[in-house]
Structures are given as structure tokens and as C-alpha cells.
Write a protein that binds this ligand. Structure first.
Ligand code: UDP
Length: 479
């Protein structure tokens, strides 16, 4: 079996953004640990992983020099189309290198947003598998909504039940992602979303960063929809076992790891709220202030990852003038820039995670066994909130009602007030039976997550099934 496995060669193509690259790299390392040869664009590791380096043509498509990750775009709206045309231009150089690659690629495992890879796989006569950074719950909701179009006959704030789900789940139209309801999106973005959807339907299968125990009914439903070719292999973040590994995910951390850990070490176990709204979002100044004052008003110790994008200076000025940092000295740690999230979440001082419900953050929080305070912003994040609050039962919502599109944060203004943040934190941290039950459940899911990726666990088994499936396909092609 091992000598056969040596022949397998997975080519992995991530989309260029931290929330896409981080789990893809985890997946590459995981496959390499199982004796598969992996080629991925640019990573460093001691495993059997080849790096395929191609230059992102930022200048050619009219983007600033050196820009090659979606989190570096200051104004998302203006740059998205250019960014996608840059991604499109990578096809030719990547195919050139793959034509020479030995052993010959056995499959392409690609982010669905890099959709030219479907054509590449077709040219090479190998399976095209999507590595989609979303849960099975999201996938099932998306399929059912697109098929039923139930949302199309309601107005923005009116709620409706998603038909055909195992649980009675309600949404409003204002909470739906653009890939379900394009809303007032520009024709170019609508066209792009349509194209991605049309192409992804033809994928051979789909790899999911989740684990079966977390969303059993939805994994089952999604498998039914996709002829069983769904492999839940997560949580991928739990691959990061040692401190250095945990600290060095994504961008360079802006805070010295030891300072962060020393600060957490002196806090009571389970007492600290970690607040981070992902790698892309940057709320309006007034909204960030509400978040900060809500954290302060909760009375609990907190780590706040202050991410304000182009408003960073403005918010820094407010922090100084308001005197926030002084008032919360010893109780509040402000991290400017990139935080070592998985490392922080793994610390026993953390008692709750205030998250924007990006899927990576959501599953990292679940994996760490901490309850979540949910503040969905864009994309499928309201779906993730429903999963955590209503199905898994380990979250409390801050009560956000509408999607805040990237680049439209100013227009959205204040959706969540400081009292909402304060209330949700107090609810998560409360000592009563409700709080205890939530904490117990969160801990249990954290343990299940760890078991899932260990030998004998469901995700470990699914990686085996994926490898075996691709091996069958590869042998089939050889004869
Ligand atoms: N992340 C991090 N430090 C930060 C911000 C984000 O390590 O300061 C990581 C986080 O652990 C997660 C990813 O970046 O792995 C963010 O992905 P997610 O899907 O949660 O949200 P997105 O950033 O794509 O909105």
C-alpha cells in the first residue's frame, strides 16, 4: 500500500487570502503525513511537499505592486474584479509546471474560487476536487435555498424557514450570503458568483474542514446531494500541536508570543474573552468603538485584536483620547495587527471567543472547546452562527441582523451596540445552569474534535477514504 501511495501526487491550489491559505496548508501537511506527494503554491515545511512558485501579476492587472492576498486590499469593491483577473492569469504558468511534474499529478484539490483549475484537471484527465472552507450545514442550506428560491418572495427583515432541513432554521433575506442572494451586487460580481457556482457543480468531490460528530445530520444530507463524495477531514487547525506551529499560522504575529502567553498565564482559568473578527473585516470607526466599550463594560478580562484597516490610525487616536487602554490596564490586552489565534484559543485562561463566524475561526473555537459569542458579518457567516447557536448549542449571538459587505462597513454604520456585546458576554460567562451546560457542551465538542483527527477518528478515516478513492482513479487511468 505504501509504495502505491508514493505514486499519488495531489496538486493543491489555494485562493489568495489567509482564511483560504491557512487550512489549505494544514491539509497539505496532513496529506504529506499520509505519504502523499503534495504540490502547493508557496509554503515551507519539512514534509514531502513541493512548492510551486508563480508570480502574482499584481501590476499587470492594475493592483499595487506586491499585493497578492485579498486581506491586503484596502477597498474590496474596487479591486475584487482585478484580483480575480490576476488569479485567472496564473493558469498558464501553473499548467506549464504541472506538465513537467513527476510523478504525474493524480488530482487537483482547489479552492473553488480558483475555478480555472477545473479546466486544468480536465486537460490532465484527473479528478477536480474542491476544497471548500465552509461547513456541511452551509452547503446544505445553500443547495436548498438555491433550489427552492424561498427567500425570493420575502422582504429583507421578514424571516422564513429553510425548507427540507433536519432542524427548523430561520433566516431573513438580509442575512444571506451573496452566493445565495446576489442582492444589489454589481453585474460583474453577480457574473463571477454565477460562474463559480456553475463550475463547482461539476466537481468530482468536495473536502470539508469539519468533522462528522459536529454536524452529523448535515454531513449525511450533503453526502446524499453529492453522491457520497464528501470528505470531512477537520478540524484542520488541530494539526497544529506545538506552540511554534500554533503561533505561526498565517501572517506574522504582531505580538510577541511570550508576552501574550505571560499575560494569559496570570489570568484566572476560563475568565478571558478573546475578541477577533477575522482577517478581512474592518468595521466602521463607531462600530469598533461600540465593540471596545462593550468588552470593557462586560467586566471580564479580554484580548481584543484591533483590526481597523485603513482606519487604524483613527481608532488608535480614539483609544488614546478615550483612555480605554489605561482604564482596562491589566484586564484588557490590545493586539494590533495579526494575533496568534490558535495559540491564544488553546490557553486555559480563555473562557469565550467573540468571533465574526468565519468558518476557520468558528471551527478553531469549537476545537479549542470554548463557547462562542457570535457576530456574523459577511459571506456565509450567519449560517455558521445558526449552526453554533441553534444546532451545536455552544454559542450566544450578539444579535446582528444583517450582512455587512466587505468594503461597505462605513455605510453599515452601527449594527451592534455596546449593550449587545456586554449582554452576550455576560450570558456566555454566567455561572448559572445555562452557562454551565454551554461550557460542558463546548468542552465535549472540543474533545470530539481532537479525537476525530487522531488515528481511528472519523476525519482520519475520511482522509484514508479520500486517498483510496484518488488511488482508484489513478490506477484506473493507468490501465
Ligand atoms: N487569524 C489569525 N490571527 C488574526 C486574524 C485571523 O491567526 O489576527 C486566522 C484565524 O485563526 C483563521 C483565519 O485567520 O484561521 C481567518 O479565517 P476565517 O475563516 O475565520 O475568517 P476570514 O478572515 O476569512 O474572514
Amino acid at each position: 500500500m505504501d509504495s502505491q501511495l508514493q505514486q499519488l501526487h495531489f496538486v493543491m491550489v489555494p485562493f489568495l487570502g489567509p482564511g483560504h491559505i491557512i487550512p489549505m496548508i494544514d491539509m497539505a501537511i496532513l496529506l504529506a503525513q499520509r505519504n502523499v506527494i503534495v504540490t502547493i503554491r508557496a509554503i515551507e515545511s519539512g514534509q514531502q511537499i513541493n512548492l510551486l512558485q508563480v508570480q502574482f501579476p499584481s501590476l499587470q492587472v492594475g493592483l499595487p505592486k506586491g499585493l497578492e492576498s485579498i486581506d491586503e486590499l484596502l477597498s474590496h469593491k474596487d479591486f475584487v474584479a482585478k484580483f480575480f483577473s490576476g488569479i485567472q492569469m496564473l493558469q498558464e504558468p501553473v499548467e506549464k509546471v504541472l506538465a513537467e511534474a513527476r510523478p504525474r499529478p493524480s488530482c487537483i484539490l482547489s479552492d473553488k474560487h480558483v475555478f480555472w483549475t477545473a479546466k486544468t484537471a480536465e486537460k490532465f484527465g484527473i479528478p477536480w476536487i474542491i476544497f471548500d472552507g465552509m461547513s456541511c450545514f452551509t452547503q446544505v442550506c445553500t443547495e436548498l435555498l438555491l433550489a427552492s428560491k424561498v427567500h425570493e418572495s420575502v422582504c429583507g427583515s421578514e424571516s422564513f424557514v429553510v425548507p427540507g432541513l433536519p432542524d427548523p432554521i430561520e433566516f431573513t433575506r438580509a442575512q444571506l450570503p451573496r452566493f445565495v442572494d446576489a442582492g444589489s451586487e454589481s453585474p460583474s460580481v453577480v457574473g463571477l458568483l454565477k460562474k463559480i457556482r456553475e463550475i463547482e457543480i461539476g466537481a468530482y468531490g468536495i473536502v470539508i474542514n469539519s468533522f462528522e460528530e459536529l454536524e452529523k445530520d448535515y454531513v449525511k444530507e450533503f453526502k446524499k446531494m453529492k453522491n457520497d463524495r464528501v470528505w470531512c477531514v477537520g478540524p484542520l487547525s488541530s494539526r497544529n500541536r506545538d506552540r511554534l506551529d500554533m503561533a505561526q499560522r498565517g501572517n506574522n504575529a504582531s505580538i510577541v508570543q511570550s508576552r501574550c502567553l505571560e499575560w494569559l498565564d496570570i489570568q484566572e482559568p476560563g475568565s478571558v474573552i478573546y475578541a477577533c473578527l477575522g482577517s478581512l473585516s474592518s468595521l466602521a470607526r463607531e462600530q469598533l468603538i461600540e465593540l471596545a466599550l462593550g468588552l470593557e463594560a462586560s467586566g471580564h478580562p479580554f484580548v481584543w485584536v484591533v483590526r481597523a484597516g485603513s482606519k487604524q490610525e483613527e481608532i488608535e487616536k480614539w483609544i488614546v483620547e478615550d483612555g480605554l487602554e489605561e482604564r482596562v490596564q491589566g484586564r484588557g490586552l490590545l493586539v494590533r495587527g495579526w494575533a496568534p489565534q490558535v495559540l491564544i484559543l488553546s490557553h486555559s485562561a480563555i473562557g469565550g471567543f467573540l468571533t465574526h463566524c468565519g468558518w476557520n475561526s468558528t471551527i478553531e473555537g469549537i476545537c479549542a472547546g470554548v463557547p462562542l459569542i457570535t457576530w456574523p458579518l459577511f459571506s456565509e457567516q450567519f449560517f455558521n452562527e445558526k449552526l453554533v447557536v441553534q444546532i451545536v448549542g455552544t454559542g450566544v449571538s450578539v444579535g446582528s441582523k444583517t450582512v455587512v459587505q466587505l468594503g461597505e462597513e462605513e455605510k453599515a454604520g452601527v449594527n451592534v451596540k455596546r449593550e449587545d456585546v456586554e449582554r452576550a458576554i455576560k450570558c456566555i460567562m454566567c455561572q448559572g445552569e445555562e452557562g454551565e451546560t454551554r461550557r460542558r457542551k463546548a468542552k465535549e465538542f472540543g474533545e470530539k474534535a481532537t479525537k476525530a483527527v487522531e488515528e481511528g477518528g472519523s476525519s482520519y478515516f475520511n482522509v484514508t477514504l479520500l486517498i483510496e478513492d484518488i488511488m482508484k482513479q489513478a490506477n484506473y487511468q493507468m490501465f
